[in-house]
Ligand binder design. Structure first.
Ligand code: ADP
Ligand code: ASP
Ligand code: MG
Length: 413
């Protein structure tokens, strides 16, 4: 008998028929002898709808009140689901974030889980009652409702699984697992059998929204195996697990893309020590996260250029901060554009294989795709390109690294 945390995403609980189908599935898991804890998202589209409502009332809705509003989405699904389970003759109890004793810090809209006091969950499990927990929400130390950021129900599920020392956290979604790239952008994307925590972390941080990044951080820290699978078909999905030796044989196991950044370019900044420090300190102090940075100077003048990327919603804020520097640097010119995308290749095998980056650059060059910026980590290479080339870039990289074929560690020896 295992203890399993099952999380169902928005599409899986998108209407009452699906909620009933999920309830049936959960009951089947119970009847096969396992203990189950359920975590649910809001119905597909509901969180977007609530955000739009808030923006009809104010341009910048009060963050505390917006979290109170957004938390209602998950309240609807956990209650409907529990009603369905009871109707099928089993016991279930819905628990909002605070009732499940999920505590977070105070950052509305992107709170981090700090503690889960598991007594209410255990209490229900002992009684033979299925605990049904609202994903995406928690309570701060002052008793305010908080939410964990878009896609945050995954994190609730993995954090609950870690706190209960569950055997596995199953994430049910609208695709059959983690693919070599987003199956929505490239039809030859292939479902992976296994992927390491580190690769999954890079995939999610580079734009693959199949899992919330913090859920993978939790899973890695507490060694929770995640099984990403479809709620519509009953077949094995992808296991996200600790790195295995055999995974190193593969140079690239996935391609990710993101269209959520903007690029800011500064021309005419003084080429003297302390300038980058001043710019990025001012930006960081306003909570804007900078990703890629390129600085250059021709050497002919005492001026330099600097380009960097920020999340699109923070573009105006970053520009406002930089405008303030024009009083000291009269030559400063600021420009920005949002028509960029980031494509990345990811694989733990890169640690041991040279030449991966150059193959990526050549593959893009062959298609006449200009690289605007580059960044690398131990197991990732990312390029910023014009966003109109995104689908093509993903496709050529998928082909270049032969991702439509089983990865070496997936082939039985
Ligand atoms: P849920 O509502 O179940 O949480 P999400 O929409 O958050 O589902 O995540 C699933 C989606 O993630 C898929 O529909 C798919 O388009 C997208 N996705 C992006 N990259 C990948 C990938 N590498 N593998 C699988 N899905 C991916
Ligand atoms: N309902 C929230 C969202 O749409 C959380 C989630 O689905 O994971 O972002
Ligand atoms: Mg999601």
């Amino acid at each position: 008998m295992a203890l399993i945390v099952q999380k169902y995403g928005g599409t899986s609980v998108g209407d009452t028929e699906r909620i009933k189908a999920v309830a049936k599935r959960v009951i089947e898991t119970r009847e096969s002898g396992h203990d189950v804890v359920v975590v649910l998202s809001a119905m597909a589209g509901e969180t977007d709808r609530l955000i739009q409502l808030a923006h009809k009332v104010a341009n910048e809705p009060d963050p505390r009140e917006q979290d109170v509003l957004l938390a209602t989405g998950e309240q609807v699904t956990i209650s409907l689901f529990s009603i369905a389970v009871k109707q099928m003759g089993h016991e279930a109890l819905s628990l909002l974030g605070h009732q499940a004793r999920i505590y977070t810090d105070r950052s509305y809209g992107r709170a981090r889980i700090s503690e889960i006091r598991t007594e209410p969950i255990w209490h229900n499990l002992y009684k033979g009652c299925i605990p049904v927990i609202a994903g995406f929400q928690g309570l701060d130390e002052r008793g305010n409702i908080t939410t964990l950021g878009r896609g945050g129900s995954d994190t609730t599920a993995v954090a609950v699984a870690a706190a209960l020392a569950a055997d596995v956290c199953e994430i049910y979604t609208d695709v059959a697992g983690v693919y070599t790239t987003d199956p929505d952008i490239y039809h030859k994307a292939r479902k992976l059998q296994r992927i390491s925590y580190d690769e999954m972390l890079e995939m999610t941080s580079m734009g693959a929204k199949v899992l919330h990044i913090r859920s993978v951080e939790f899973a890695k820290k507490y060694n929770v195996p995640i099984h990403v699978r479809s709620s519509l078909v009953d077949e094995p999905g992808t296991m996200v697990v600790k790195e295995e030796k055999s995974m190193e044989k593969v140079m690239v196991s996935g391609v990710a893309y993101s269209k959520s950044d903007a690029r800011i370019t500064l021309a005419g900044i003084p080429d003297v020590p302390g300038v980058a420090a001043r710019i990025f300190t001012a930006i960081a102090n306003e909570d804007v996260v900078v990703d890629m940075i390129i600085q250059g100077s021709t050497g002919d003048t005492d001026l330099a250029n600097l380009s960097f990327t920020v999340p699109r919603p923070d573009r105006q804020k970053a520009i406002r901060i930089l405008e303030g520097m024009k009083t000291d640097w009269q030559t400063l010119e600021i420009s920005s554009d949002e028509n960029i995308a980031k494509v990345s290749i990811i694989g733990v095998g890169m640690r041991h294989h040279a030449g991966v980056a150059s193959r990526m650059f050549q593959a893009l060059a062959k298609e006449n795709i200009n690289i605007l910026m580059i960044s690398t980590s131990e197991i990732k290479v990312s390029c910023v390109i014009e966003d109109r080339h995104t689908a093509k870039a993903v496709q050529v990289l998928h082909e270049e690294f032969e991702l439509d074929k089983p990865l070496q560690h997936e082939i039985p020896e």
